[in-house]
Design a protein around this ligand. Structure first.
Ligand code: THU
Length: 143
């Protein structure tokens, strides 16, 4: 399912750099696991996000959702890609909650949203959120 990208396009490197930079703002006193995300809207605007934790542990907000909620709150709802960075050797993979939130935007936009997963080395590319969340709950489930 995961596919290694052979050639990094310039845009990917730029997006990774922004995700790394965003991870530096992560508020992670509990997990000590900083994550950063950089989201590109259909218009080409970039929103970044980091994970924000709380003493009430279940309230932690992941980097991906921070970036998406920032964008939506500024009036941007359609996204072409997101880069996610974890300070690990291998790329990290988004949690189920973030997959469901990313899927919402993909279904609404009716265009695939590319997901780039980065660690210190390596990159995985997913062509769409759907590829990360098969048999998902969506509007058709309620018909
Ligand atoms: N986390 C993210 O921000 N994104 C992911 O894709 C995986 C996990 C955060 C949540 C929590 O603050 C920390 O990483 C450890 O789970």
């Amino acid at each position: 399912m995961k596919r290694k990208v052979q050639l990094l396009k310039m845009g990917n490197i730029e997006l990774k750099k922004l995700a790394v930079k965003a991870s530096e703002n992560a508020y992670v006193p509990y997990s000590k696991f900083p994550v950063g995300a950089a989201l590109r809207t259909a218009e080409g605007k970039i929103f970044t996000g980091c994970n924000v934790e709380n003493i009430s542990y279940g309230l932690a907000n992941c980097a991906e959702r921070t970036a998406i909620f920032k964008a939506v709150s500024e009036g941007y709802k359609d996204f072409s890609e997101i880069a996610i960075y974890g300070n690990t050797e291998e790329p990290i993979s988004p949690c189920g909650a973030c997959r469901q939130v990313m899927l919402e935007t993909e279904k609404r936009f009716k265009q695939p949203m590319r997901i780039l997963l980065f660690g210190k080395k390596g990159i995985y590319e997913m062509k769409s959120v759907g590829a990360l969340l098969p048999l998902s709950f969506d509007a058709s489930s309620m018909e």
